[in-house]
Design a binder for this molecule. Structure first.
Ligand SMILES: C[S@@+](CC[C@H](N)C(=O)[O-])C[C@H]1O[C@@H](n2cnc3c(N)ncnc32)[C@H](O)[C@@H]1O
Length: 189
């Protein structure tokens, strides 16, 4: 049942297909945390191996959880308290075992995913299994490195639009996936 999300900053590729570490961006911290809080996720893992980037992300989160930031906008803190900053997906695995006693099933995302992908309807049903822990994995830069994607438990079907183009911002992709996996249609007229 626990549902988590990992935003990965390494290994990702750049526009030339080279393996890089991307930088954490402020709006990924805030916007994705708000989506996670809205759809009831249990953790939002920011994954970067770079210590100065980890420090920066923790500093931003702390600003909104303590002192002036917390007083000024408490519902921002309510979303940001889901965040944990970790170095690798192995650390995410270890943290999930600490929290829930079992490793997560890692579900990767890519605009180019094809062949052997898991349908979102199927994952939505799987999320009801009370004992299972799931981690949705999203990329930054030009996307998750192909070796990382190959090592995950599933690759999710991509979000498709009206035509050929489907390269969404990671924030938009997260919101669409979470709505399809956890959203409800309002019953009010
Ligand atoms: C390649 S990064 C782009 C990061 C970009 N610099 C930004 O500001 O959002 C976008 C990530 O969002 C997800 N994504 C984007 N479009 C998608 C789609 N159509 N289907 C599935 N996942 C998608 C994937 O996780 C992908 O790695």
């Amino acid at each position: 049942m626990p549902l988590t999300l990992a935003l990965v900053h390494h290994p990702v590729v750049n526009k030339r297909g080279e393996t890089v570490v991307s930088s954490i961006t402020n709006f990924d911290i805030h916007d994705i945390a708000r989506s996670c809080r809205t759809y009831g996720l249990d953790r939002y893992f920011l994954v970067t191996p770079t210590e100065p980037q980890q420090w920066l992300a923790r500093r931003i989160v702390r600003h909104w959880l303590e002192g002036w930031g917390a007083e000024y906008n408490s519902n921002r803190g309510e979303a940001l308290q889901l965040i944990e900053v970790l170095a690798t997906l192995d650390d995410v695995r270890r943290r999930c075992i600490e929290l829930w006693g079992r490793p997560p099933r890692f579900a990767g995302t890519s605009a180019r995913a094809q062949g052997g992908v898991l349908a979102l309807e199927e994952l939505r049903a799987m999320l009801e299994q009370p004992e299972e822990v799931t981690c949705l994995v999203f990329g930054t830069g030009w996307g998750l490195h192909p070796d990382l994607l190959r090592g995950l438990d599933f690759l999710l079907e991509p979000i498709l639009g009206a035509g050929d183009y489907n390269h969404l911002s990671v924030r938009a992709a997260v919101a669409i996936y979470l709505d399809r996996l956890r959203g409800h249609v309002s019953k009010t007229p």
